[in-house]
Every structure is written in structure tokens, then in C-alpha cells.
Design a protein around this ligand. Structure first.
Ligand code: C5P
Length: 284
């Protein structure tokens, strides 16, 4: 495929990728399922020179008192560098990620976040779906292709971002940290165990009937921006073809070799869904 020849697109093993793609194209949409991370995979890392909000950042950008924002930013300054440090292993990073998510969620519980506030927080935020994401969602939906969105962000924010900037379709299944609201619609905690960037291998979705119900869809396209995202489809056991696409958004020089060694295709500093849309349109 021509789009894979662009200078910012890196293919680890061209022969392997071409073989997988040829099978996916021959098998068509009925055999395909897609698993995607959310923050910085379906959404942009930067927009017009500004770093865009992740789900958690949406809650920090507005609506809650300034001191919440300050405390949350302190946490981010400490832990984000660890998340993206190419010199640390996932095992070394994991305890810090657990600490980050635990502290961030505990901090949030000190403030009166209500369900009603989410709409405006998202509307006023800098979270942006990638250019071309609407087309991506529309094509998967119109071809009945299931999309699992597996995110360490905040599920309620994801639903709101997609609903406001595209369409929340019934072929989408979101696995994420969902807020537990009380009967007055005020946050009282989170509904299930923390999903952080590096425990996507352990999630309940792998033991649920999600992947077994899709066992006839033997071709899987996986998209992520973190090495932890490669574990998102661990529950899919009857696969015949799997293509992994990694978005490398930051620290490209230091991380490229590592990403190429893990992902089939690595797309660097590209805020669009163009390469993915190109691949998907060939399969449809
Ligand atoms: O959707 P995804 O799994 O990528 O979401 C996790 C992202 O959220 C991480 O990349 C992390 O940097 C970010 N995060 C954040 N603030 C937190 C926790 C995570 O911005 N408190």
C-alpha cells in the first residue's frame, strides 16, 4: 500500500505486513474487528501547536477549583515522564502508574464533580479526535465492524468526546475507568479496578464473552500509542491475522527503535487517521 511508503511511517517487516494486509483485504469487512486505545490514539497529541487534553486532563482544564488543577498537574509532571521513559521497562513503570491513577482518582473524589458538568467540561476542553476519526468511525459502523475502545482514561469523558465530536455508535464497546455517581449525580468513586496504561493485559474484558462472541472475526487491527496497548486484545484467541499500528507522538528519536521492535507499523507525529483510513478502506 502506497501510504506505507511515507517518510513518517515505519514498517518493521514489510513482507509480514504485506501478507497480513493481503489476507485482511481478501477476507473483507466480515472477518475484521478493531481494538483501539483512546487518548492520543483516537485523539490528537497536539492541535495547532498546543498539547491536547487526555480524558483526565479534560477534568483538570475547567469546572473544578484551581487547587484541584494545580494538584493534578503536579501529579502529571511527576508521572508522565515515567510513563514515556524509553529507558524503563513496563515492570519498572507499573508501580508508578498504579500510584498515579490511585492518587489522581483520590484527588478527584475530594471535589464535587457531577455528571451534569461533564458535557461543558468536554465542550470547553482541548481534547480533539484525530482528523479523519469521523470517517474512521463511520466506515466501521456502516460495515458493522466491532470497535473495542480500551482506555486507561475516563469512560464517561470518552463517551462525551465521541458524542460531541462524532457519533457514539452501537458497534463501539468502551472499556475504561467509569465514574461511579451517586443518586444525585455526584462522583463518589470509580466503578471497577483501575485501568492504567500498563495493565491492559489483566482486564476483565479478556475473561468476558466479548472476544469469544467475535471469534468468527479472525482478523484484528489493533491501534495504540503506548507499548501497554499491545496487550489490549489478549482475550482474542482465534485470530488468523493481527496487524498492530502504533502512534508515536512524543520522544520520537529515543523511542522509535523500541516502537518499531514492538508494533508492525509505527506512525510518527501524525495527528490524523489518514494511514489507518487508507488501510481500512482497502479492506472494505
Ligand atoms: O486512553 P489511554 O489508555 O491512552 O489513556 C491514558 C492516558 O491518560 C495516558 O497516556 C496518561 O498520560 C493520561 N493520564 C493523564 N492523567 C492522569 C492519568 C493518565 O493525563 N491522571
Amino acid at each position: 500500500m502506497e501510504c506505507l511508503n511515507k517518510p513518517h511511517v515505519h514498517v518493521r517487516d514489510r513482507e509480514h505486513v504485506e501478507r497480513i494486509l493481503a489476507k485482511m483485504v481478501a477476507d473483507g469487512p466480515n472477518k475484521l474487528q478493531v481494538v483501539a486505545d483512546f487518548d492520543r490514539t483516537l485523539t490528537k497529541f497536539t492541535h495547532r501547536g498546543q498539547v491536547c487534553a487526555t480524558c483526565h486532563n479534560v477534568l483538570e482544564e475547567g469546572g473544578l477549583p484551581e487547587e484541584y488543577k494545580e494538584e493534578a498537574y503536579k501529579l502529571r509532571d511527576k508521572y508522565f515522564v515515567i510513563e514515556v521513559d524509553p529507558n524503563m521497562t513496563i515492570e519498572e513503570k507499573t508501580p508508578y502508574m498504579v500510584e498515579w491513577w490511585t492518587k489522581a482518582h483520590e484527588l478527584l473524589m475530594k471535589y464535587p464533580l457531577s455528571k451534569a458538568m461533564l458535557h461543558n467540561m468536554v465542550a470547553n476542553s482541548s481534547a480533539r479526535l484525530r482528523d479523519g476519526c469521523i470517517r474512521f468511525f463511520d466506515s466501521l459502523h456502516s460495515n458493522d465492524i466491532p470497535l473495542l475502545i480500551f482506555s486507561a482514561g475516563v469512560g464517561d469523558v470518552i463517551q462525551e468526546v465521541i458524542a460531541q465530536q462524532s457519533t457514539l455508535y452501537d458497534n463501539m464497546h468502551i472499556v475504561s475507568n467509569f465514574i461511579d455517581f451517586d443518586e444525585n449525580g455526584t462522583l463518589i468513586g470509580f466503578k471497577s479496578d483501575i485501568i492504567h496504561v500498563y495493565n491492559k493485559n489483566e482486564n476483565a474484558v479478556h475473561d468476558s464473552d466479548y472476544f469469544p462472541n467475535l471469534s468468527h472475526r479472525t482478523n484484528l487491527l489493533l491501534m495504540g500509542d503506548s507499548l501497554g496497548d499491545l496487550q489490549m486484545a489478549n482475550g482474542a484467541e482465534s485470530l488468523e491475522a493481527k496487524l498492530t499500528i502504533g502512534f508515536l507522538n512524543t520522544r520520537v528519536t529515543e523511542s522509535l527503535a523500541l516502537y518499531i521492535s514492538k508494533y508492525d507499523i509505527v506512525i510518527c507525529e501524525d495527528e490524523t487517521m489518514d494511514i489507518v483510513n487508507n488501510i481500512v478502506s482497502n479492506i472494505l
